[in-house]
Design a protein around this ligand. Structure first.
Ligand code: MTE
Ligand code: MOS
Length: 749
């Protein structure tokens, strides 16, 4: 079944923030942001801007009625700079004008007197200065020190990973409308309507029941709108509060790239120890996360790095330490994988390091150490593992040895083109690692004409969550999908939502929807029992718009049943609450059972490197992926393909460049290269893992949003293998592998 949005998407009729019809009197906001990365803000001169054509108001920190604070996890992020600036692009003043153009023109006339201070952009420097966002976090299992002493082979090294620009097609933005009695309605392009509501309440001083946040859909979020939508919504809300007029702000691409944070770059140290027969028995890793100027979501991202530090492997002795380092870059934030990919890259690099030194295939070490049923992750949860099955099923279908041989044969014949192949197992935990966030609600109304309206806390951002939720309701009621309408995500209909993140939106909100629909269905069965003279409600079912009795279709159709129930004064609405059972985590011991389940998969990635030019192509990504039993293969395959390409981009061509002064140099699509249609793999093969395991996913259909991104790491190591087929060298583990870096390594001798 197609995504229910596909028709309005291709007709251009889908509504995004910028498509909301404007109310008369709407003002347009534009931010004046810091031109330097770190300094003392002595004064701001807004006089000329205030007296510019069409300008209604200029707002600085001291104008705020509420608190000048939007930090969601740690209160360390002022909405507007006050006394100091902490990154290039930090908002200092807001201009409100009668048109977008006039607002932008006036913002250019603002000047600030800033005494420059020495910025820090390197996380290791920040750590050495003791400038951490939160105290270091640690996972310990077993005893590394003793284990290393017993190892036959020990290798240590360093990895660097750069960030990644989200590049959602729809830029950040919001539209705030003042409503009766000092209330505000905010339309926001956010993954977290409640996060926006809280931030808006803080900066305006309003209680939450006076702030309504509404989200139709996003043109992509990828984690970038989980907390980072708060600023723009707050800016519009403050403007609306102070002028009593609607205020809109939709960022231009370059503003968005300059002012918002990205995937966290990490610098990491590893030490890996193996026995004679290539069992990894000790692993020590230290992560330096480049958090940027304020916490944003860095602490939970850092935690997920630790959770995924051993990827799909069982290692009995692990010490993993993580530092969230404060630098003068825009606050880095959630990005598909949420720190998990950064953790996994390091163990994969360590394995490749060991394999190269020992003269074996990395795949041999990987295969030899996959986590098995009952093995314990460093955080105490016992694995119900499909790491080995996904590897074996993938290998049986795609034949790694054959693909490797094909590459070797090709390389023996070809002088200037070389092929490389790599295996990439992935294991990703599903649930917010902060247990209280694993809850969701759904509000379902059945109307007297038989149509169904559903509201949940899930935000549609292209991942197809609305389609899946509609499928759940349609399935429970035995209706065609067009009888179900999924409405906007709105804080008045669904309160206290968790953001749509952690790949868990369909599970959490789908389960709540299933519960609400089943409650209504059971009430309807009580009514139907009398109407079709069934002995018990257990004999009844709903299918293709009719009531069935003992498996036979009756003449009672859905619409008649609904109307009858209404006339009997039966409640046709339900608001259900779902909280994932059985999960917990205790940070005082750093042990628990944080995940409802894990998603496993194994990919084989093949590339061809042009060894004269340093260019490369990804020939294929073939994966065996654990969907559970997919509810919608069109949507899920789309997620896998999109995730893979985004992961390839992160690992290969996407290069975020800040100079030493903290200025973003890759600040537009001309200087920041993302995968286009020519750079997607020539083949993406997806083999669904066959397994009969039960899981906590909605209708057994496992979360799919983030895990496939990490298959993209395979391209990094495949490129490395191709380079090594051309020349003897040992490239540093420094991602992404841009064509420039490939070329330098090809000719490093
Ligand atoms: N797919 C599209 N098309 N657009 C997006 O913004 N975000 C990803 C993933 N897939 C995203 C996407 C991220 S970061 C997450 S956490 C999940 O979708 C969230 O949605 P889900 O919980 O419904 O999987
Ligand atoms: Mo996704 S990074 O959890 O929004």
């Amino acid at each position: 079944m197609k995504n229910i949005d596909s028709k309005t998407h291709v007709r251009g009729e889908s509504v995004y923030l910028d498509d909301i019809p404007l109310i008369e009197g709407t003002l347009f906001a534009c931010v004046f942001d810091s031109p330097i990365a770190y300094g003392k803000l002595r004064s701001i001169d807004t006089y000329e801007a205030e007296n510019s054509l069409g300008v209604v108001k200029v707002i600085i920190a001291s104008d705020l009625i509420g608190e000048n604070q939007i930090g969601g996890v740690v209160p360390d992020e002022p909405l507007l700079a006050d006394g100091e600036v902490h990154f290039q692009g930090m908002p200092i003043a807001i201009v409100l004008a009668e048109s977008e153009e006039l607002a932008r023109k006036a913002a250019k006339k603002i000047t600030a007197d800033i005494e420059p201070l020495e910025p820090v952009t390197d996380p290791r420097v920040a750590a050495a200065n003791g400038d951490l966002i939160v105290p270091p976090k640690k996972f310990i299992m077993g005893d590394c020190e003793t284990a290393f002493a017993e190892c036959e082979h020990v290798f240590s090294g360093l990895t660097e990973q750069n960030g990644q620009e989200h590049l959602y097609i729809e830029t950040q933005g919001a539209y705030a409308v003042p409503t009766e009695d000092a209330s505000i309605k905010v339309y926001s392009s956010t993954q977290g309507p409640t996060a926006v509501q809280r931030a808006v309440c803080r900066v305006t001083g309003l209680p939450m029941h006076r702030v309504e946040v509404d989200v139709q859909r996003l043109g992509g979020g990828f984690g970038g709108k989980e907390d980072q939508a708060n600023a723009w919504a707050s800016i519009c809300a403050v403007g609306a509060q102070l002028t009593k007029r609607p205020v809109k702000y939709a960022l231009h691409r370059m503003e968005d790239m300059r002012m918002t944070g990205k995937r966290h770059p990490y610098s990491s140290d590893y030490k890996i120890g193996l026995t004679k027969d290539l069992k990894i028995i000790a692993y020590e890793v230290t992560f330096y996360q480049n958090a940027g100027a304020s916490a944003d979501l860095s602490p939970p991202v850092l935690e997920r790095t630790l959770f995924h530090a051993t990827n799909s492997y069982f290692i009995p002795n692990v010490t993993a330490t993580a530092y969230s380092c404060r630098t003068n870059l825009p606050p880095n934030t959630a990005f598909r994988g949420f720190g998990g990919p950064q953790g996994m890259f390091v163990i994969e690099a360590a394995i490749v390091h060991a394999a190269e030194k020992l003269g074996v295939s990395a795949a041999d070490i990987q295969r030899n150490n996959l986590i098995d049923d009952g093995d314990e992750f460093p955080y105490g949860q016992k694995a119900e593992s499909d790491a080995i099955t996904s590897w074996t099923q993938g290998d049986a279908e795609f034949n790694f040895a054959r693909l490797q041989k094909e590459a070797d044969d090709f390389n023996a014949e070809s002088k200037y083109f070389k092929k490389g192949v790599a295996m990439m197992p992935v294991c990703f935990g599903i649930s917010f690692t902060k247990t209280p966030m694993n809850q969701a609600r759904s509000l379902v109304h059945v109307y007297t004409d038989g149509s169904v309206a559903v509201s949940t806390g899930a935000v549609e951002m292209g991942q197809g969550v609305n389609t899946k939720i509609a499928q759940v309701a349609a399935k429970v009621f035995g209706l065609p999908i067009d009888k179900v309408k999924i409405h906007t995500t709105n804080t008045l209909r669904i309160a206290n939502t968790s953001p749509t993140a952690a790949s868990a939106a369909a599970d959490l909100n789908g389960k709540a929807t299933q519960m609400a629909c089943e409650t209504i269905r059971d009430r309807l069965f009580d009514v139907a029992k009398g109407l079709v003279e069934a002995e018990a409600v257990e004999n009844l079912s709903l299918e293709d718009g009719h009531v069935y009795r003992n498996g036979d279709r009756t003449s009672l159709d859905w619409k008649t049943l609904v109307m009858d129930a209404h006339l009997q004064r039966v409640n046709l609405s339900e608001h259900a609450h779902y909280a994932t059972p059985g999960i917990n985590f205790d940070w005082s011991t750093a042990k628990g059972h944080p995940f409802a389940y894990h998603v496993y998969g194994t990919a084989i990635v093949g590339v061809t490197v042009d060894c004269l030019r340093g260019r490369y192509e990804v020939d294929y990504v073939k994966c065996c992926h654990d969907f559970g039993s997919s509810m919608n293969t069109a949507v899920d395959n789309g997620q896998i393909e999109g995730g893979i390409v985004q992961g390839l981009g992160w690992m290969t061509m996407e290069e975020v460049v800040y100079d030493d002064a903290g200025k973003l140099r890759s600040n537009a699509l001309s200087t920041y290269k993302v995968p286009d249609i020519h750079s997607v793999p020539k083949e993406i093969a997806i083999l669904p893992l066959q397994t009969n395991r039960e899981n906590l996913a909605v209708l057994n259909s496992k979360a799919v949003g983030e895990p496939p991104l990490m298959y993209g790491m395979g391209a990094y190591f495949a490129i490395r293998n191709a380079i090594k087929a051309f020349t003897e060298c040992s490239p540093e583990f420094d991602a992404p592998f841009t064509p420039e870096k490939v070329l330098m390594n090809l000719y490093s001798e």
